[in-house]
Each structure stands twice: as C-alpha cells, then as structure tokens.
Design a protein around this ligand. Structure first.
Ligand code: XMP
Length: 194
C-alpha cells in the first residue's frame, strides 16, 4: 500500500493571498487525485463490512466530503468534535465538543482527521472510541507531519507527508480562516507572530 505521496512541486499562492501564504503546498488536482486513491484502498480493505466513518470536526469538512463521494461502500457517517488549537497554532488542552451519536459497538470504525501532527488528538479520540467497544478502529488522515510526533500513533491511511510547516486550506484553518481554500497552502509565520 502506498502510504503517502512525496511533494516535489510547490506553486506560488494566488496573487491576492501572497502576503498571507508562502506557497501552495498541495494543489486542488493533487488533492483530488490522492483522495480518490485513498478511497480505493479503503474500499478494498472494508468491502463487506458494516462501516462507520467517524470524522473529526471541523478540519475534515472538505476531505470527508471528497472522500465519501469517492467511496463506493455502504457506510454510516458520524462526527466527533474536538478542539485543541483555540484560535492559534499552538496546541492546547483537548476538549470534546461533540460526542458520537451512532452505536459503534462491534462495528468497523474508520476515524478520519485532517492532519496528524503531535498525535495527541488522534490518541485521545481513539481512546474515547475504544471505550465504545468497536470491532476495530482504522485511521485515515489527509496530512502527516511526522517531524512533530510525540504520541506513539500512526495512520493506517495517509494522503501526504508534509514538512513541519503550519498549513491552511482545504478545511484547515488558522483562527477559523482559510478553510474554504481549495488547496493546501503554507501560512506565513508572520501571520501568527512566530
Ligand atoms: P495533534 O498535534 O494533536 O494535532 O496531532 C492534530 C490537530 O491539530 C490541528 N493542526 C493543524 N491545523 N494547520 C492547521 O490548520 C496545521 O499545520 C496543523 N497542525 C495541527 C488540526 O486540527 C489537527 O486535527
């Protein structure tokens, strides 16, 4: 299984965003191509299963919408709300803002997040779901920032390995902004006063 794809070409941000973004790290085309590949892997691995997809709010909005459109499997969808960044780029204490509604006992759970960074979020959410006694939990993240990992966790499906840069767009935010960008871009450090 291809774990993630290398990022070789970075492009300039659109002119109206150049003061805020350093570059486009992953284009709309690259995203769509890779999300379809992930969906194909997931389809193969979960064929014939009673799948519950659990998506973490809010950074997954675009990723989950595209992934689900490409997933040709019977499934149910639920969301878990977790808040860790509280408006900045520095991770803070984790709080759950929305619990699961579906019963996942004895089900196969695919937990979807936007980015795996230190790994604290995914670790906490896995522990939370594990208490509900699912048959298994597999994890799928769009972006993997391995350099910053502190928790012992890795994703079963990962879209792209990215360097230690703060990225926004395609659902990812800085202070709730930039989620609507159709690409993943690198936020200029001066935007968050590094
Ligand atoms: P941890 O460190 O717990 O972080 O693995 C996971 C959550 O942190 C957020 N995060 C980011 N959000 N750009 C963002 O917009 C980033 O570069 C970034 N790094 C981490 C994200 O919400 C993720 O679910």
């Amino acid at each position: 299984m291809k774990k993630s794809v290398p990022l070789s070409l970075v492009r300039r941000a659109p002119p109206h965003l150049r003061q805020e973004l350093e570059c486009v790290l992953i284009s709309r085309t690259q995203l769509h191509r890779r999300v379809r590949e992930l969906a194909q892997q997931i389809e193969r691995d979960f064929a014939g299963r009673d799948l519950v997809v659990v998506s973490l709010l809010s950074g997954t909005i675009m990723f989950i919408a595209d992934l689900l459109r490409s997933l040709n499997l019977p499934l149910r969808l639920d969301f878990i709300g977790v808040s860790s960044y509280g408006g900045g780029t520095v991770s803070r204490e984790l709080t759950f803002t929305k619990e699961l509604r579906l019963d996942v006992r004895d089900r196969d759970v695919l937990l979807v997040d936007d980015i795996l960074d230190t790994g604290k979020t995914l670790t906490a959410v896995i522990a939370r779901i594990q208490k509900l006694r699912p048959r298994q939990i597999k994890t799928c993240v769009l972006l993997d920032k391995r350099a910053r990992r502190v928790a012992n966790v890795q994703a079963d499906y990962a879209g792209f390995d990215i360097p230690d840069l703060f990225v926004v767009g395609y659902g990812l935010d800085y202070a709730e902004r930039y989620r609507n960008l159709p690409f993943v871009g690198v936020l200029r450090p001066e935007m968050y006063g590094k």
